[in-house]
Design a protein around this ligand. Structure first.
Ligand code: PLP
Length: 412
């Protein structure tokens, strides 16, 4: 008799995006005319085409595969050297940060890396996760059996939730108790908040004091406009001893469908064995990737490399500025509608407070029915997201302007 993984049964059924899809489907079936003007600002997916330098690199590398002399089969599981060097050089060493080429592990996505990293970490670890949060951090821990059951409010036993509220500017503070693993995401999905140097320094000090590990998700790093905000956790002294960084080409180069990302595991990062000895995690991640992964396709890695070419950098900048321009339009529109607005300056997300007494899902239904716009209810990201909704700036400028206009027509 075979057993299933019971932990999966602890996952809350009404997962956010399927529930949004269900409500949108019902709306479209019942309102065929208004459905034609529907604008989706829900799921955080890019809308604009790939940068020209990326497309050129894709064509060129596919051609190479069509010729025997330049054909390539399996590549290194950790990524081709040309890409690891380009990443370490451009994203780190050019900014004075000490990251070696072989500390970069190329993958098919940060979502996968955020889940897969649990393979090399012990089941005993006590977790700290922000509330609201990118659901992947929580759900992968539930699947791995690192939590108990969810309570009525959807909070899992055994997780230390770090509240992110208007009072702390949506940036979590280190908890009073000891935890071992801390998930931080800056710029933040869903709130659009960014952690300051002082806030990240407090986290690194906490992690070093408790010999904890920070899992730092910097997927939206390219959206930072404030020069004082760190782009990498390794800008904080001591972070090489306590942090793993996740980055992705999804939101800068528009690779959500192409699939490429990377994880930085410093060789100086140690964790404890069950017997109490400290050992480096780098060889474990290297082993995990070699055993369970066969690398990202050659042409996708060439496409990612093109992001670091002079033309690629200019084109990526233009893409990011397009989305940040949308964010400004949406921020202004929501403010003009009398709403309390956060984020949207160093991130492609606008975090909006619902008018008093209105829940996130009530706001979702009203905006869908009356403005024909799909947003994301904040409560889907955690209990502290209740009373907020997220508007994504991933859209055309015309759509962002139309959404800004429609928000102002709503009577709450
Ligand atoms: C989009 C996103 C990522 C990137 O995921 P990929 O799998 O690389 O596309 C990572 N973290 C967060 C919080 C995101 O929103």
């Amino acid at each position: 008799m075979a057993y299933l993984n019971d932990n999966y049964l602890k996952l809350k059924a009404g997962y956010l995006f399927p529930e949004i899809a269900r409500r949108v489907k019902v709306f479209c079936e019942q309102n065929p005319e208004p459905a034609k003007r529907l604008i989706r600002c829900g799921i955080g997916d890019v809308t604009e085409p790939l940068p020209a330098a990326v497309v050129a690199a894709l064509h060129k590398s596919v051609e190479e595969l069509s010729v025997r002399a330049t054909f390539r089969g399996y590549g290194p599981e950790q990524g081709y050297d040309f890409l690891r060097v380009a990443i370490a050089q451009n994203d780190y060493r050019a900014h004075g940060l000490d990251v070696a080429d072989d500390e970069i592990f190329v993958s098919d996505g940060s979502k996968c890396d955020c889940g897969n990293i649990l393979d090399i970490l012990g089941h005993q670890n006590r977790l700290a996760i922000s509330d609201p949060v990118y659901p992947v951090y929580v759900d992968t821990n539930v699947m791995a059996g690192h939590t108990g059951d969810a309570d009525a409010a959807g909070a899992y036993a055994g997780v230390v939730y770090l509240p992110c509220t208007a009072q702390n500017g949506f940036v979590p503070e280190p908890p009073s108790q000891a935890v071992d693993l801390i998930y931080l995401c800056s710029p933040n999905n869903p709130t659009g908040a960014v952690a300051t140097r002082a806030q990240l320094t407090a986290w690194v000090e906490y992690a070093r004091q408790h010999r904890a590990i920070i899992l730092f998700d910097a997927a939206y790093e390219a959206y930072i406009t404030d020069p004082a905000i760190p782009h990498s956790i390794y800008e904080i002294p001591g972070a090489r001893e306590c942090a793993i960084e996740f980055r992705s080409f999804s939101k800068n180069g528009g690779f959500t469908g192409v699939r490429c990302a990377f994880t930085v595991v410093p060789k100086s990062l140690l964790a404890q064995t069950a017997a109490g000895e400290f050992k480096p995690l780098h060889p474990l991640w290297n082993r995990r990737m070699s055993t369970k992964f066969n690398g990202v396709s050659y042409f996708v890695q060439r496409a990612a490399e093109a992001i670091y070419s002079p033309e690629g950098k200019t084109q990526v900048r233009a893409l990011v500025e397009h989305y940040l321009g949308n964010a400004q339009v949406l921020v202004q529109g929501a403010k003009a509608a009398g709403l309390q607005v956060f984020g949207g300056v160093n991130a492609p997300y606008i975090w909006v407070q619902t008018p008093a007494g209105i829940t996130s899902w009530q706001a979702f239904d009203k905006i869908l029915n009356e403005a024909n716009v799909v947003i994301t209810p904040g409560s889907g990201f955690g209990s502290k997201g209740e009373g907020y909704f997220r508007i994504s700036a991933f859209n055309s400028r015309a759509n962002a302007e139309e959404v800004a206009r429609r928000l102002q027509t709503l009577k709450w």
